[in-house]
Design a protein around this ligand. Structure first.
Ligand code: NAP
Length: 459
C-alpha cells in the first residue's frame, strides 16, 4: 500500500488476541489504520468478562491494550455487533483486511440426563454474571445451596471454586459486579466439590491456581490420599519429568492430602476419576450420580478415563459444569461446527483446505479453540498478522471502494447505532472507578448496555 492509500484493517472483537494482532501490525507496518469493533460498549473481552475478580493484577495487562488503542490511526467502535449492525460483506467492502478475534462465546455441555434441571448451570454463565457481563447479569444462582459441585479440573473451574470460597470482605476489595457481591454476601455455600474425570496428573489447572486453593481465608482443602495413588501410565508420565508444572501440582496435592482440617467455615473437596452420569431431583438438582473411572493408556501415549461400572451418589444443590468454552460463528463467515472455530491455515481463513478467503484472518480462541492463558494469544496473533502482511506485500488483499473505512461511521449513523468511541469508553472507565472509590472498591462496573449509554448520554 502506498502512503496515500494506507492499509486499513477491521478487527472484530477487542480481547487480548485482537489487541496483540494490532500491536504487531502497528510495529511492522507503521501508518496502518485499524478499526476495532466490539458488540459491547466496553473493550478487553475476557480480561474484563472472564478473568476472576480476585485476580486484579492480571487485569493490569489492559494498560498495554490502552496504549495500542490510543495509537493514531486506531479507532474503537464499541456497541457495534458485526452480523447485526454491520455485515461481513460490508466489512469486506470497506477494508483491505478483516481479522476475526471474537473468541469462544458459548460452552460445552456434558450431555447427561438432568443437565437442564434448575440448579445446573454452565460455569461460563456464572463467570459472566460475577464479572458483570451484560449478557449474564439477569442470571440467578441459588447460593442458598450448601453443597455445590464444579465439574472439570481446568482454571475456569478453579476460578469458580475460589469465588465461591472467598469471604465477602475479600470480594469487596475486587471489581466483582455489585449484584454478585450482594448475592455472594448471603451465600450459604459450605461444601464445594471440584470433580475431575481423570487423575491428578491430568489436572488442567496451572500450579499457581491450584496452590491458591490451599490458601483460602475461610475454606479448608480436602484431598483424599487414595486419589493420589497413580495408575502406571500417570506414574510413568510423572517419572519422565517432562512437565514441571505437573510435578509441582502433584507435590502440592500431596501436601493438601496431608493437611488436617482446621475448622474453616467452608471446605473445598478435590475429587478425581469421577464422571457425572446423571443429575437428579424433584424439580431441581438434589443429587448427582457419579461413575468411577479407571485410567488407561492410549496408543498415542495419552491417558483416558474408562468407567469401572461402580457409582456413587453425591448430594448437591447447585452444579456448575466447567468443561470448556465453545466457539460460535458469525453469519456468512466460514465455520467448523465440530471444532467451534473458523477454519484457517496459520490464521488465514480458508473456505476449503488450501483455499484462503481473500482478506480474512482469525486470531485467538476462535482460531485455535479455547485453550491457553492470556499470553498464549501473543504468538498466535503474531502468526496471523504476519500472514496478513505477507498477503499485503503480495497484493493479495481486498480492494475497498472509496471512501473505504471512512464510510463506516456514516453507515452506522444512518442505521441509528450509538457508537461508543474510545473517548466514551475512557469516560465509562473513569465513572466505574469513581463509583467504586465511593464504596472503597477498585471499580463498580456498569452491567447493562442501556445503563452504560445512559451514563454517557443522560436518560
Ligand atoms: P480446560 O483447561 O480445557 O479444562 C476443561 C476441564 O474440563 C478439563 O479438566 C477436562 O478434563 C474437563 N472435561 C472436559 N470434558 C469433560 C466431560 N465430558 N466430563 C468431565 N470433565 C470434562 O478449560 P477451562 O477451564 O474452560 O479453561 C480454558 C482456558 O482458559 C484454559 O487454557 C485455561 O488455562 C485458561 N484460563 C486461565 C486462567 C488463569 O490463568 N488463571 C483462568 C481461567 C482460564 P480432561 O482433561 O479429562 O478432558
Amino acid at each position: 500500500m502506498s502512503s496515500d492509500t494506507p492499509l486499513t484493517v477491521a478487527v472484530v472483537g477487542t480481547g487480548p488476541s485482537g489487541f496483540y494482532a494490532v500491536e504487531h501490525l502497528l510495529k511492522r507496518s507503521p501508518g496502518i489504520q485499524v478499526d476495532l469493533f466490539d458488540r459491547l460498549p466496553t473493550p478487553f473481552g475476557l480480561v474484563r468478562g472472564g478473568v476472576a475478580p480476585d485476580h486484579q493484577k492480571i487485569k493490569s495487562v489492559t494498560r498495554v491494550y490502552e496504549k495500542i488503542a490510543a495509537t493514531p490511526g486506531v479507532r474503537f467502535f464499541g456497541n457495534v455487533q458485526v452480523g447485526r449492525d454491520l455485515s461481513r460483506a460490508e466489512l469486506l467492502g470497506h477494508y483491505h483486511a478483516v481479522i476475526y478475534a471474537f473468541g469462544a462465546q458459548s460452552d460445552r455441555a456434558l450431555g447427561i440426563p438432568g443437565e437442564e434441571l434448575p440448579g445446573s448451570h454452565a460455569a461460563t454463565e456464572f463467570v459472566g454474571w460475577y464479572n458483570g457481563h451484560p449478557d449474564y447479569r439477569d442470571c440467578r444462582f441459588d447460593l442458598g445451596a450448601e453443597r455445590v459441585a464444579v465439574i472439570g479440573m481446568g482454571n475456569v473451574a478453579v476460578d469458580v471454586v475460589r469465588v465461591l470460597a472467598r469471604t465477602a470482605e475479600e470480594l469487596h476489595g475486587t471489581d466483582i459486579a455489585g449484584h454478585a457481591l450482594d448475592a455472594l454476601r448471603e451465600s450459604r455455600v459450605r461444601h464445594i466439590y471440584m470433580i475431575g474425570r481423570r487423575g491428578p496428573v491430568q489436572g488442567a489447572f496451572t500450579h499457581p491456581e491450584l496452590k491458591e486453593l490451599g490458601e483460602m481465608t475461610d475454606a479448608d482443602i480436602e484431598v483424599r490420599p487414595g486419589d493420589l495413588a497413580l495408575d502406571p501410565a500417570s506414574a510413568a508420565a510423572l517419572a519422565r519429568g517432562e512437565d514441571k508444572g505437573v510435578e509441582r501440582n502433584i507435590e502440592t496435592l500431596r501436601a493438601f492430602a496431608g493437611r488436617p482440617p482446621t475448622g474453616k467455615r467452608k471446605v473445598i473437596h478435590l475429587r478425581f476419576q469421577l464422571s457425572p452420569l446423571d443429575l437428579q431431583g424433584a424439580g431441581r438438582v438434589e443429587r448427582m450420580v457419579l461413575g468411577h473411572n479407571r485410567l488407561v493408556a492410549t496408543p498415542s501415549g495419552d491417558v483416558r478415563a474408562e468407567a469401572t461400572g461402580a457409582t456413587e451418589v453425591l448430594p448437591v444443590d447447585l452444579v456448575f459444569r466447567s468443561v470448556g468454552y465453545f466457539g460460535t460463528g458469525l453469519p456468512e463467515v466460514p465455520f467448523d461446527q465440530r471444532r467451534g472455530i473458523i477454519p484457517n491455515e496459520q490464521g488465514r481463513v480458508v473456505t476449503a483446505p488450501g483455499v484462503p478467503a481473500t482478506g480474512e484472518y482469525v486470531v485467538g480462541w476462535i482460531k485455535r479453540g479455547p485453550s491457553g492463558v492470556i499470553g498464549t494469544n501473543k504468538p498466535d496473533a503474531v502468526e496471523s498478522a504476519d500472514r496478513l502482511l505477507e498477503d499485503a506485500a503480495a497484493g493479495h488483499l481486498l480492494a475497498p471502494a472509496a471512501p473505504g473505512r471512512e464510510g463506516i461511521g456514516p453507515l452506522l449513523a444512518r442505521r441509528g447505532i450509538r457508537v461508543v468511541t474510545w473517548a466514551d469508553w475512557q469516560r465509562l472507565d473513569q465513572m466505574e472507578q469513581g463509583r467504586g472509590k465511593a464504596l472503597g472498591r477498585p471499580r463498580l462496573k456498569f452491567t447493562s448496555i442501556p445503563e452504560m449509554l445512559t451514563a454517557l448520554d443522560g436518560a
